[in-house]
Design a protein around this ligand. Sequence first.
Ligand SMILES: NC(=O)c1ccc[n+]([C@@H]2O[C@H](COP(=O)([O-])OP(=O)(O)OC[C@H]3O[C@@H](n4cnc5c(N)ncnc54)[C@H](OP(=O)(O)O)[C@@H]3O)[C@@H](O)[C@H]2O)c1
Length: 252
Amino acid sequence: MTGVKRCALVIGASSAIAQALIDNLLLNDELVVYAISRRFPADFSDRMLNQKRLQLLECDYSPAQLSAIIEKIKTTSLPCVKVFICNGILHNRTFLPEKKIEQFSADIFQQVMHINAVVPGLWLQQLITLLKHPLPCVVVVFSARVGSISDNRAGGWYSYRASKAALNMFVKTAAIEYARRAKNVRLIVFHPGTTDSKLSQPFQSNVAPEKLFKPEFVATQLLSLIKPLGSESYVSDHQATFIDWQGKEIEW
Ligand SMILES: NC(=O)c1ccc[n+]([C@@H]2O[C@H](COP(=O)([O-])OP(=O)(O)OC[C@H]3O[C@@H](n4cnc5c(N)ncnc54)[C@H](OP(=O)(O)O)[C@@H]3O)[C@@H](O)[C@H]2O)c1
């Protein structure tokens, strides 16, 4: 592929926001985009059929499959300059977020913790060797404002809140190690705001229409927020940053 100089990874690519990010990233002719998902929705795969700069990689998020994907990308020798880890679950067919403590279940907590904190943690573990290169690289990990310990006023949603708080601490800790081992990498913990997706569907009736964002809007905001961090003149303070869709810092 002529003109291709770098690559980007979008992990958890069945997410509505992830798909909007992929559309936007593909506008840049210099980028190859690797999209990673357990299973790609048929409408997305069909729409992407002729995209030569997009590779769809199925993955069960086991350490062995993560490692195989990292090795595959390494063989291309394209520096990876952007990574988006979008995985996150709030509810599924069998459970909703807890309104009161009696609804807390160890099994559900472990499931939510695995998807929201362990899976992103495994990616950060595997990515460190791929991302160490001379170009600036930005890693965005999707969290949520409700994962902020100091901002917790409403309570409820025990498993989701606790898993996102654990994720935030994991990323903050990883940023300290990345600062030593892969200084070119900047880690961002991102709150997209309430966005129209499967995740927010059961709660959308409580949200004013102007406060329910389209995935395309969130993707555009995020890419414009991280653009300066990808510039070669940017100097990182090597701390993770927790920001929302407006670029406003959220307290940990
Ligand atoms: N939408 C909102 O209002 C909102 C608000 C605050 C924060 N967020 C956060 O933003 C991120 C993207 O959310 P979205 O709204 O785009 O959600 P979505 O469309 O429901 O996407 C769900 C995401 O979770 C992953 N996932 C689901 N079950 C999984 C499992 N068993 N194992 C591993 N991964 C699994 C999916 O990955 P696969 O591609 O592998 O299926 C996909 O990336 C999430 O981290 C979410 O917590 C969303």
